[in-house]
Design a binder for this molecule. Sequence first.
Ligand SMILES: Cc1ncc(C[n+]2csc(CCOP(=O)(O)OP(=O)(O)O)c2C)c(N)n1
Ligand SMILES: [Mg+2]
Length: 542
Amino acid sequence: MKTVRDATYDLLRKFGLTTIFGNVGSTEETFLKNFPSDFRYVLGLQEASVIGMADGYAQAMRRPAVVNLHTGAGLGNAMGNLLTAFQNKTPLIVTAGQQTRKMLLLEPWLTNVEATTLPRPWVKWAYEPARPEDIPAAFMRAIATALQPPSGPVFLSLPLDDWETPCEGPAVLRSVATRIAPDPDRLAEFAKTLAAASSPVMIYGAAIARGSGWREAIAFAEALGAPVWAAPACERAPFPEDHPLYCGGLPFAIGPLSERLKGHDVALVVGAPVFRYYPYVPGSYLPDGLRLLHISEDPAETARAPVGESLIGDAVLSLASLAALISGHEPKRGKPVQKLPHRMAPHASSAEARSADGLLSAAEVFEALNEIRPADTVLVEESPSNLAQLHKAWPITEPDTFYTFASGGLGWNLPASVGVALAEKDSGRNRPVIVIIGDGSFQYSVQAIWSAAQLKLPLLIVVLRNGEYCILKSFAALEQTPGVPGLDLPGLDIVSLARGYGCEAARVGEITAIKKAASEAWTKDRPTVLEIPISAEVPPLI
Ligand SMILES: Cc1ncc(C[n+]2csc(CCOP(=O)(O)OP(=O)(O)O)c2C)c(N)n1
Ligand SMILES: [Mg+2]
């Protein structure tokens, strides 16, 4: 007699979802009992790390990942990175055990009291099956929901006493479409407007990278002869940064962003929000005379844009159709554009010179790392105060070699880099992976490095030790809020932490040693953490 558990594992197996990222408790052991030998369980020591690893893995494998958490307590720990997964649009099947149905009414220890409310609003769907027999079909609906555009995480709460229930037959396998074609009439209007523009400009977003659309993005920009910006705070690189049409990343503040678009008459935003801002710097959303066209697969994104004319549709399909619609069009010999060297923050200044305290600047570290890295190295980044320097020193020239979070919620990139490194291994691509992270950011999901050690991943983890939350000092200057406590990080020994979790680790403060240690890291069978003391100078935020 087949059980609900058998039918569920069969379903997951048929979808190739045989890796489960989890942290286990009493309410999950009934699901994990006699764990099938063709499945792999990736243990994360805290749930923020579990979700982050699954997210990185799902993105890099381009398929959903399955997560198993411990009821409400585990889900609670995971929430920050669940928020990020939702904004990243990563399809995750997040599950959590639930107390036994036999006692749910009286709320015993670890009951997930409002299980389907807790993960909201950061899941597309949350469900606790009404009957045990519904679990396999609920997984099928979860997979379909997670994959359909806009893709994202879903949640299933699974009572611990459901798994031995006889199933009503094998789960019904279904497939769903993952791309939505744009309305052809409106797209034709967009094409007409763009072709007639005297100075069009492209603003490309992460959906292009998620849809493997560099080729289409390049072809359309070239056909139009339009300069290309990356959308502000873009979590994936949508365009090769060494392309002659590439201008850099737009600033993530209203006034400065609008400034950058001056002189153009039509802007096309593809696969990004309009716009992702961070500090409030007032101004008009767009410069005078600029008409904004917006294409996104996400109706929430098009609905909340404060300006523009929108079209719901897949980024890459839309670009390919637009290119066909303007074929024969003479490309504009666009006026030269002022280039910004990076995708995220609009400054790239003070770390360039030798610092007053004699320590290396972040820019010097990035230049050294860029010099020794293979071209296809995958960069994962959570290094808030020196993003500008990083993107200047390290142009992304190959697809799928840059990941960061769409949310700004710290604690995502370290576990995500572990998931990305695991995907490099599983996919056989075996590209080197590096995560560059601030000494503050390193702490939020630090236990992910233990999973990387257990998985024997040759991940290079570079921790920039400036002893502070530097960007918050920049923010305090911008917002004129002197005297904020809690911005310094004395007494952290990152090398000891790393060794404690089973990683190779060293403190290196000099360029030659950094280059040597970094090159060696990718040849090892475990992660290497390099703690690099850097200057504590505070750059301006804008
Ligand atoms: C989960 C979460 N908690 C707190 C913050 C606020 N925050 C933003 S940047 C930052 C400091 C980051 O410090 P560090 O990683 O050392 O980078 P640095 O600014 O020094 O380059 C903090 C605490 C956040 N964004 N997310
Ligand atoms: Mg710091």
